[in-house]
Design a protein around this ligand. Structure first.
Ligand code: PMP
Length: 368
């Protein structure tokens, strides 16, 4: 018998699937590079979080997310029945799509935006309907309204089909990678559409306006949040969503039993006990963002887009954005650039510490 070809057993439609790409850095590199490519928190976790992790002794036990819920409910200002915690916000995007989408269902996506919305939809075999943003990166609300029209809603069947037409609309406020906020009036208009809305507020703590207070009265609204940015826990993977209790219950039914690991639970609890410290860091990042925006603009070849996040998108004028990224990388400074699409002429820079940002500006001056 010829040897079995394992590839024949794989889903053929996913062969050659484009992976999410990230810089090839190791944890050993973190101390020697200036990492401004992934929108991490420049100041890291709170000292109380670091101490809680060092003191914890029970790594051999499974831990469950339930113990996080009371403190998280207080922080967010909702009832614990509306919260589900995930192994990072990414995992929640994955499950939320699993909970709502069957192969052939449709999502509406507004690029340029966070790549994982379409990534998981493609894996499920759902259709991704792109409604591109306008030149100023605002959402074309009229165009979104046109593609999401009221449709008859047949009773859900046991085979997985429910509503036909567009099921999920992804909104990001403020948006990644543009850093731009969404006007509240636009969100309100879109909430009136007959569709489930995943409103991603991963960067809300840096100056965005949250819609959390609307969740109890708006059953089609699910809000996604994360500890990666404001609390400096990106490496520990803690995200959560705020949803109608029936949606939250359904998400808990389909999740992996111990999806949030013990270190993440210990760290998130300690962070929620040290919110004042973390808020002070958020204020420092916001002040540094404003200072860096001015410094980048004064270089002459970068046009920063005003940001409400912990990163700044800049148009690169008169030079190649990928060459600029590589030149900085060879000096130990990582930033993000884009190979194609609306962002081909842009770079994205995470706000660093004042010292890191000073090095960045100096190196950019030397590269002019
Ligand atoms: N949403 C947006 C808009 C993001 O930028 C990110 C992280 N880059 C996430 C969600 C997911 O964050 P995490 O998985 O680290 O919680």
């Amino acid at each position: 018998m010829p040897p079995l070809d394992p590839e024949e057993f794989l889903r053929q439609d996913l062969l050659g699937f484009p992976p999410y790409t990230m810089a090839p850095v190791t944890t050993d590199d973190f101390a020697r590079i200036i990492k401004l490519d992934a929108n991490e928190n420049a100041f890291g976790p709170s000292p109380r979080t670091v101490a809680a992790l060092a003191d914890f002794r029970h790594w051999h036990r499974y831990a469950t997310q339930d113990e996080l819920l009371p403190a998280l409910a207080r922080y967010v200002g909702v009832d614990a029945s509306q919260l589900v915690v995930g192994n990072g916000g990414d995992e929640l995007i994955d499950w939320i799509e699993c909970a709502f989408l069957a192969p052939g269902d449709t999502i509406v996506n507004c690029p340029p935006t966070f790549e994982m919305y379409s990534h998981y939809a493609h894996i499920i075999g759902a259709r991704v309907m792109d409604v591109p943003r306008r030149a100023d990166f605002s959402i074309d609300v009229d165009a979104v309204e046109r593609v999401i029209s009221p449709l008859p809603n047949p009773p859900p069947s046991k085979t997985g089909e429910g509503r036909v037409g567009v099921k999920l609309l992804f909104l990001t406020n403020p948006n990644n990678p543009t850093g731009t906020p969404m006007p509240r009036a636009d969100i309100e208009r879109l909430l009136a559409l007959p569709v489930m809305i995943l409103l991603d507020e991963a960067y809300a703590e840096f100056g965005g306006e949250t819609m959390v207070a609307r969740v109890p009265t708006q059953p089609n609204l699910i809000i996604l949040r994360t500890f990666s940015k404001w609390a400096g826990l990106a490496g520990l993977r803690v995200g959560y969503c705020v949803a109608h209790p029936r949606i939250a219950d359904q998400l808990r039914r389909i999740k992996s039993p111990y999806n949030v690991n013990a270190a993440a639970i210990v760290a998130a609890r300690a962070s929620l006990d040290d919110v004042d410290y973390l808020r002070a860091n958020i204020e420092r990042i916001i002040a540094e963002r404003e200072r860096l925006t001015i410094a980048l603009a004064s270089l002459g070849f970068l046009q920063p887009v005003p940001s409400k996040t912990n990163f700044i998108l800049c148009r690169v004028v008169g030079r190649d954005s990928l060459v600029l990224r590589d030149a900085l990388a060879s000096r130990g400074i990582l930033i993000r650039a884009y190979k194609s699409g609306m962002l081909r002429e842009y770079i994205r820079i995470t706000v660093g510490t004042p010292e890191e940002d000073e090095r960045l500006i100096q190196d950019l001056k030397e590269l002019t």
